[in-house]
Design a protein around this ligand. Structure first.
Ligand code: HEC
Ligand code: HEC
Ligand code: HEC
Length: 419
């Protein structure tokens, strides 16, 4: 926290000059559009398109409260290293929502992060939405104006000084807001170009999957190489890394559409992204997103290497923990059980060179989740109390070596850090 405070103070001093000189540069004015003057019955096609785009952009994730809040009425806490910022009311309520806005006000939020009331924190991912076309912004705006207005006031953010001084964000924007985000893969096909729009812009996938610097900015040189902003880390999803964990284009399509694939199931922040957003993509858009994830010339998925026949003593010890605690649900050879749970043999969480998520799931378990096609998964219990650090490391190493083709290099200290 002290480091952050010092960094903050430096930013205050350093950026204010720039802000004063350059404020206004990032605040172009936009024309209003036909959607503002619509009278009579709204254009159903436009509204349907807006609804689809709002889903592809997963606006609900941060604007609909999980404890029974009305759609888009706000109040969603977003923890950041700089304090808790709350998603706002974006229903058409004239007092508490965006009922009095024009389509130009709305576009300015998505493109520049500037609302009529002043600059927004980049917890609102305008860093990604900046690439949205004006037509698509207008469609989302028309849709949001058509939903039920909800008179719920916004929650005050809990952001300490200096970050509570909003004009700082203008300086942040000068430093870090870019017109275009780096591409995840190489490609030129129309499908790839569409996929780039769906992933880089609407899906704002980079906001979780890219590491961040001291000031919360995306480290663009490490785009999609894995982000650690939440307790469950978002893994490296660059094409080579996905292929190294065995993902094929078909598996990825299934993962985005159904949340469960041969490589594993969606959990943590990815479950939310899947549940509110990626599962609604049309088949063509799903394929385009995956084309962009793999590139026009996909890497060959790497098959799992069989483990050496003579397992080290410490790894063999893990097998008995596995049979006692895990095999009942994940099956003796880690092959999983249909309608119960996923395979751990070849699972991408187990194949990940970074054992962070594996340890997290083993220690703390997972919540109950629903998937399409009446697939529901019971909660997985956490095993923090069942095994001590050394035993937990033995189990993790057994899984990594036997089912993941990884090194058995998890230590007791790493388990302790995950507790
Ligand atoms: C990752 C979380 C997140 C997602 C996803 C997100 N928002 Fe936001 N949004 C926020 C936060 C947080 C704020 C408030 C920021 C602040 O207080 O500075 C905000 C503010 C806004 C505002 C300004 C409201 C006002 O009263 O000033 C609008 C409009 C908005 N978002 C629209 C959208 C739309 C449209 C989408 C989907 C395309 C979207 N948001 C997706 C987090 C998010
Ligand atoms: C009561 C049944 C149950 C037991 C016992 C159990 N799990 Fe799970 N496990 C699940 C469920 C359900 C999921 C959620 C994934 C899904 O949708 O199938 C899961 C998911 C996982 C995942 C995340 C992988 C993914 O792709 O979702 C890992 C890793 C995991 N389990 C490891 C273990 C280990 C190691 C043990 C023993 C210490 C264990 N599990 C014991 C039911 C169980
Ligand atoms: C809110 C944060 C968040 C967002 C937004 C997000 N992800 Fe994820 N993603 C995660 C987390 C956390 C995991 C690890 C858990 C899991 O495997 O489900 C993950 C896992 C994945 C995986 C599986 C990787 C593996 O090897 O297990 C893929 C593929 C993926 N994400 C793609 C995407 C794409 C494409 C988007 C944008 C449409 C996206 N993610 C948006 C957080 C996010």
């Amino acid at each position: 926290m002290r480091v952050a405070a010092i960094a903050g103070a430096v930013v205050v001093v350093g950026l204010i000059a720039g802000v004063v000189v350059l404020s206004g540069v990032l605040e172009p004015d936009y024309d209003t559009s036909v959607v503002d003057e619509q009278t009579g019955a709204p254009d159903q096609q436009l509204l349907a398109r807006g609804k689809y785009l709002a889903r592809a952009g997963d606006c609900t994730a941060c604007h609909t409260s999980e404890d029974g809040g009305a759609p888009f009425a706000g109040g969603v806490p977003i923890p950041t290293p700089f304090g808790t910022i709350y998603g706002t009311n974006i229903t058409p309520d004239p007092d508490y929502g965006i009922g009095n806005w024009t389509s130009a006000d709305f576009y300015k939020v998505l493109h520049d992060g500037i609302a009529p009331g002043g600059p927004l924190y980049p917890a609102m991912p305008y860093t990604s939405y900046r690439g949205l076309s004006r037509a698509d912004s207008d469609a989302i705006f028309a849709y949001l104006q058509s939903i039920e207005p909800v008179p719920v006031p916004n929650r005050a953010n809990e952001v300490p000084f200096p970050f509570s001084f909003r004009p700082l964000v203008r300086g942040w924007n000068l430093l870090f807001l870019r017109d275009e985000l780096p591409a995840i893969s190489a490609g030129t096909s129309d499908e790839w170009v569409n996929g780039r729009y769906l992933v880089n812009v609407l899906g704002h996938c980079t906001e979780c999957h890219t590491p961040r610097g001291m000031l919360g900015q995306l480290k663009l040189s490490q785009s999609f190489e894995g982000g650690a902003a939440e307790v469950i880390h978002a893994p490296d999803i660059t094409p080579a890394a996905l292929a190294a964990r065995g993902w094929t284009a078909n598996d990825l399509q299934q993962f985005l559409a159904k949340g469960i694939a041969p490589q594993g199931s969606a959990y943590g922040g990815m479950y939310d992204a899947f549940h509110h957003s990626t599962r609604y993509l049309t088949e063509a858009d799903n394929q385009a997103a995956v084309r962009y994830l793999t590139g026009d010339s996909p890497h060959e998925a790497v098959a799992l290497k069989p483990a050496a026949p003579a397992l080290a003593e410490t790894v063999r010890a893990g097998r008995s923990h596995y049979l006692a605690l895990c095999a009942g649900c994940h099956a003796a050879q880690g092959q999983g059980k249909p309608n119960v749970t996923v395979a751990l043999a070849g699972n991408s969480t187990v194949r990940n060179p970074d054992p962070h998520n594996l340890l997290h799931v083993m220690l703390h378990g997972l919540e109950q989740k629903d998937f399409p096609d009446q697939q529901s998964r019971q909660a997985m219990p956490g095993f923090a109390d069942a095994l001590d650090n050394a035993q937990m490391a033995e189990l993790a190493n057994y899984l990594r070596v036997e089912f993941g083709g990884q090194k058995g290099d998890v230590t007791s200290a790493m388990v302790q850090a995950g507790r």
